[in-house]
Design a protein. Sequence first.
Length: 121
Amino acid sequence: MRNKKTVVLGASTKPERYAFKAITQLVEKGHSVIAIGQNKGEVAGISIYTKNIPLKNIDTITLYLNPLRQKEYYNYIIETKPRRVIFNPGTENPEFYQLLAGNGIKSEVACTLVLLATNQY
């Protein structure tokens, strides 16, 4: 299995949140994780950044932000040039799919947790 450097955008320290579960699962499966969220904290040994940090060589950005909250990250995500952006349930955003496609970035409407559980990540 290849380590896929992943950014979890919308990270949370609340165990009931899917972003929290995704960070935990990604770490367990051996992926490098960068977490960005509204509040500082730590999940599975990963510190949560509260501001956009410079990113390089990112395979995947997995979104846990509703479409309205995504807008402020459009340029940041495009400039990061990930291979793909995963839109988890509730984050679907056709406007953003088009922007990403125009910049050569793949959009995937999927659930990170399901992809990990079925070894399709």
